[in-house]
Design a protein around this ligand. Structure first.
Ligand code: DQA
Length: 183
């Protein structure tokens, strides 16, 4: 079963009451329930956490390396300031999707820049809570495809004696072929 960590950054605990014209009326609990429901449908294990602290988010990302297959993160205001969060994501190397409820590119100039986008496999913004659900589907598909690729790329391992036999046979057929081509 795929395991995905979902991280919400600072002030997202105030969803539902915070600047409703920008972030909507849905609470963080309601958003987490919608994510959990979709995760069940996709047979994905999700762990959802929110923190107002940059250091705590960095620690959770570091710990994710051994516990999860991918990360979905809305780093909130840290998107625009945190090289530490970017470095943590780059360090663990887990496929990460960046999500924002609002369209950061339509808002104030200082929100246009994301330090996270360069280390994420994708960014979804401006679609409200639906963005998290799309991120979950997208990351699920990405991880499933990489697993499938890894399986087909792995060479079939033959037992030692069989390998010897095969290489002898291919060497003699090489000879026949080259003799044939000389004639
Ligand atoms: C946000 C956008 C950020 O610019 C802002 O600081 C947030 C929320 C979003 O989800 O739209 O706190 O990440």
């Amino acid at each position: 079963m795929l395991r995905i960590q979902v991280l919400h950054g600072p002030n997202l605990n105030l969803l539902g009451t915070r600047e409703q014209s920008i972030y909507g009326t849905q609470s963080l609990d309601a958003l987490d329930s919608a994510i959990t429901k979709l995760a069940k449908e996709l047979s994905v294990k999700v762990d959802l956490r929110q923190s107002n602290s940059e250091g705590e988010l960095v620690t959770w990302i570091q710990e994710a390396r051994s516990k999860y297959d991918g990360i979905i993160i809305n780093p909130a205001a840290y998107t625009h300031t945190s090289i530490a969060i970017r470095d943590a994501i780059a360090a663990v190397g887990l496929p990460t999707v960046e999500v924002h409820l609002s369209n950061i590119h339509q808002r104030e100039e200082f929100r246009h820049r994301s330090h996270i986008a360069g280390v994420a496999i994708g960014q979804i913004c401006g679609l409200g809570p639906t963005g998290y659900l799309l991120a979950l589907r997208g990351l699920h598909d990405h991880l499933t495809a990489s697993l499938r690729e890894k399986k087909t790329a792995a060479p079939a391992r033959l037992p030692r004696t069989a390998r010897g036999t095969r290489s002898l046979r291919s060497r003699s057929s090489d000879r026949v072929q080259s003799e044939g081509s000389i004639e």
